[in-house]
Each structure stands twice: as structure tokens, then as C-alpha cells.
Ligand binder design. Sequence first.
Ligand SMILES: Nc1ncnc2c1ncn2[C@@H]1O[C@H](COP(=O)(O)OP(=O)(O)OP(=O)(O)O)[C@@H](O)[C@H]1O
Length: 652
Amino acid sequence: MASCFQNPRPSVEDDSLVLFSASNSPRESTSPSSSYHPSPPPSYSLPSKKSFKFGVKNLSYTIHQDGSSPTFFRPLFNKPKPINILKSVSFTARSSEILAIVGPSGTGKSTLLRIIAGRVRNSKFDPKSLSLNDYPLTSPSQLRKICGFVAQEDNLLPLLTVEETLMFTAKFRLKGRSAREKEERVKSLIQELGLVHVSDSFVGDEENRGISGGERKRVSIGVDIINDPPILLLDEPTSGLDSSSALQVIELLSCMAKAKNRLIVLSVHQPSYRILQYISDFLILSHGTVVHNGSLESLEQTINALGFRIPVQLNALEFSMEIIQRLEDSYSSNHLSHVEGKEPPSYSMWQEDINGVEEQFQKEQEGSWLFTSLFEIMVLCARFWKIIYRTKQLFFARTMQALVGGFGLGSVYIKVRNDEGGIAERLGLFAFSLSFLLSSTVEALPIYLQERRVLMKEASRGAYKISSYMIANTIVFLPFLFAVAILFAVPVYWLVGLNASISAFAFFVFVVWVIVLMASSLVLFLSAVSPDFISGNSLICTVLGAYFLFSGYFIPKECIPKYWLFMYYVSLYRYPLDSLLINEYWSVRNECFSRRAGDHSTCLLTGNDVLKGRGLDKDTRWMNVSIMLAFFVVYRVLCWIILARKASKTTI
Ligand SMILES: Nc1ncnc2c1ncn2[C@@H]1O[C@H](COP(=O)(O)OP(=O)(O)OP(=O)(O)O)[C@@H](O)[C@H]1O
């Protein structure tokens, strides 16, 4: 099968040779000697390749400065200031062509792309300004179905290989297709993207070196075209890439536009001369308004007409940035002559075209709710397992932490005595174990935060439901944290010599498991509300510190100020601490732990007295465990609500 890339891993010099030896003009790309070849239709059946005309007419976009501000009180003191980001932008893009949005930084390129990709709130969407084949597009969700959108940042999971990344995406976004069709789609896509030589390599990130930046960008493109959308929008696909990789990406896009009759709109910063040749039309923006809309030749004509000469060392686009104010003045007084430089070929003008694309999207996602949810959970579980297994630091850190914690504590409190001193030591051991176990789950925070952007992106594209993600996360962490509980509980229990009955030991292991489960839910929840690692970490420390303070260990319930009493009831420490104490003393409540010196017949302290001293006169072990399980569920439900809300608003 032909691909857009012929040479798997060429050197920089080879790139130029491969890319340009045959022809300097990408418009002659059908030449067999050219480096990029329109791929023949793969065995995966693609939707019929209709031609589309995407029209944007008088599009304006205003935000109110406080709208995105996280400061709650700002609206009370400052009047919201409207910022007019886009002013009456009009252009037309067509199938099999690339339209580039260019302009100085902060001019509104990303904003424009996000609007036409449907990444805006319904209330901000103007249904009069966008059309497909002259038929108005009425909602952002319609745009999201029609357009693939590749954001500036590559939101990929670093510990998956290229093939796994595309395969998981295919599983999520081509649910209506058979396993074989998905495999074929991934295979043909890897070929089309020129990623065959790195298909088994990890995607990687700054910390774990993986594939190159250009290859990562191509994987990002692959993720967003897995369902073969007729329109592809890319926000600065060449940013951060060296000139050779940038050229490869643009060449790939040009190949895709022609071979698959795709309509491509991208934003680009200072494209090189070679890149310019792959772009059909340029939309130059300045201060949110259009200053040029048409080909490079027409830009040159405009520049010449304004009396400027383009210096030999600059291309017309680079020079236009230097005289952008003059272009802006000239365009606003004379813009009618620049709009719609050429008439499109014949386009069908019917609603069926839009319906056809939407139906195709629907077909990819088809399946009953229950079946789809089960499928999503299964695939997410498999992905979680892979990532946990490969996150060696987390895997080893948790295992070692549990073992070292278990043996360390066991050796400190070894063979604790059955007297008054032993009772105090047991209480200290339980309190410390709790603190150790609850804080040990913090390591998962960076992983959750890293996954968050991928989760938002995938959920906003309808890959899976947030509820499926939460359930899969729970299923995978249950056995993993059970292993952690066993590794900690076994050494500590038998080295210290806690209650020797097997049922008390089993309950101890179970409580340790529920403690780490509860803590993992808390971390998951706090990671959902935290914007970054630093605030997440300090939030976790503050919350855990407060819970510990009000556990009843430091301050008896009676001494807690009334207005803080609620903390005693919501403290994650209180219920497990009580459970561990009851578990230790309930079956030995008639045993004596302290006698008067020289008088062996008078008991000063029984197991029952120890429990009563802490206000525990009933066996409330299972009630406490139920409350702990409720915390485990409630924090996950809260996390689900927050993530679902964030996903519905995301513009990634
Ligand atoms: N949510 C927002 N709140 C405040 N200002 C915003 C918001 N979104 C966009 N802007 C402002 O709108 C303008 C256009 O932003 P946009 O990101 O679209 O520019 P850009 O041309 O893509 O810039 P760059 O090339 O640097 O990425 C900028 O001045 C930006 O600060």
C-alpha cells in the first residue's frame, strides 16, 4: 500500500532529496516520481468522497474578560470588559485544498479554528455565520461530528506505542466496526502517516524519550482522522518542529487533502518557502480582521499594488507581516475585490451531504448503551493495566513503600507487650499506619493530572463516557491496591504480634485495603479539582492534615470546638482508627492488660476499658467499614461529576 512517506527515517539531507528531487511543485503531486503519492483507498471502507465547501461569513467573536477568570469575586468589583477577538471574518475553504490561517501572535488564529471546529459553548455559537455546501451549520456539535481537530499540544499517552495509541483510538471511535476493520484502518493509517518504522515505539514525552516531535504530531493527526472526517482543522501543526519535520507534516497534509479529497484548514507561524507551495489559500488576520484572503500570487499582487517590493530574502507572506498595518487599511477600504478569489467546482447544495457525514459519524458510534458502556470499560481497563504496568516508578514505588512500611513499622513495634505501655504503642501504630497509608496514594497525582488532558480530549470527542473511565479506573485499582494492602499488612501484623485470631487478621487486611481505596478516591477527586501538580499536592496535604487533626487521636471529640465538629464526622482517619481498635480489643475485651503491682487478682485495665476509654462500647466495625466504603464511592462520584462537567466545556 502506498503512503505519503516513502522513506521511513530519512536524515535531514535525505528529506530534502526525497521530498524535492522529483518535483518542486506539490501541485504536480500525482507524478509517480514525487515523494508523496495519493494513497489508494485502503480496504477499510471510507465514506463517499464528496466535495465540500466550508463557508464562513461575517463571523465575529467577543468574550468578556471575566468570563474565563477563575476569580469568583472579580465580577462584583470589575465590570466585565468585552474583548472583540474576531471581527467579521469571512472566507471559503474547499475539499482537496489546504487553507492556512496566518497572522501575528494573538491575532485570533486559534480562536477562529476552535470556533469552526465547534469547540465553543452553544451560547457563543452564531449559526448564521458557518455553512457547509451553502447549507447553514446550526450547532457546535454538528461541527464536532464533521471536523477532526488537532490541537496545538499533542495530548497523547507517553507509555503507549504508536500502534497501541491508534488501536485504542480506533476501538473507542469506530465502535460500529468489526475488530478486523479496526485493525485494517489502523494499519492503513500507520502507512498513510509514514509511521511504519516507529509503530512499536513508545510515544514518549519530555521525561521518557520516545518518537520524534514530527512523528508525534503525525500520531496526533492520526488520532483525529481515525474516523476519516471530511474536514480537518489543525492549530499550528508545525510549531515546535524543525524545518524538516515541519515540511514532512505539511507534505503529509497536502497528500491527504488530495488523495482523500479532504478539506484542510490550519494555522501556521512563519511558514518556509517550501511549505508555502503546499498551501492553496492564505487567510491573513490582523487584530481579528481579515487582511488577505486568497492565493500567494494574489498576495504578491496586492503588495505590489500598494507600492512595495518584496525583498529577495523574504517570501510574500513573511513580508506581509512587516506591512500588516498597511494591508489592514487597504483591505478594509477595498475588501470586496479580495473575497472569494475563485468559484468552486460544482458542489451539491443539499442537506443530504451534511446528513451523510453525520450518519457516518453515528454509524461509527452505534451500539446499545449497555453494550457500548461495557465495551468502553473493557478497553479502558486494558489501557489502564498497560499504563500502570509500564509506569515502573509507580509500580515499584507502591510495592516498595508497602513492603518497607510494613517491615519497618513491624520492626519498630516488634512483639508489642500486653500491658498499659503496649496499649499506647498499639494506638500509636494504628494512627501512624493510617497516616502512612492515606498519604502514600499521593504518588498517583501526577499520573492522573497527565491523563486529564487526554481524558478531556477523548471524552469531548465522544470516544467514551466519563462514567466508563471512572468504572474502569476503579476495577483496575481494586486488585492493585489489594496487593499493596497485603504487602503492608502481613509483615506489620505478625511482627508486631497484633490480635492472634485469623478472623482479626483477615479484617485487618480488609480495613487496610479499604483505607488505600478510600485514599485513592480522595486523590482522584482532588486531582479533578486541581489545575496543576503544585496546587494538587498542597490541597491533598492540607485535607489529609485536617482529617488527621480531627480524627479523635489528638483532640478528643468532646474538646473539638463546635464549629469544627463536622470535621470529626467527615475525617477519613476516624472510622478506620476505630475499626482497627475494635478489631484488636473486641475479642479480648475480658482480658486484663494491667494489674496492681503484687496483686494478681485485681485487674486495673481490661480490653473493654480500653475500648470504653475511646467511646467504643459497641462492635461498630462493619458500620465503620460501610462508612469508609461510602467515602470511597462518594469521592469517585464527585470526581465523575466534576470531570463530566469539565469535559462538556472543554475546547481541547
Ligand atoms: N479566554 C480568553 N480570555 C481572555 N483573552 C482571550 C481568551 N481567548 C483568547 N483571548 C485573547 O484573544 C486573542 C487571540 O487569541 P488566540 O489564541 O486566538 O491568538 P493566536 O493568533 O492563535 O495567537 P498565537 O499565534 O500566539 O497562538 C489574544 O489576545 C488572547 O489573549
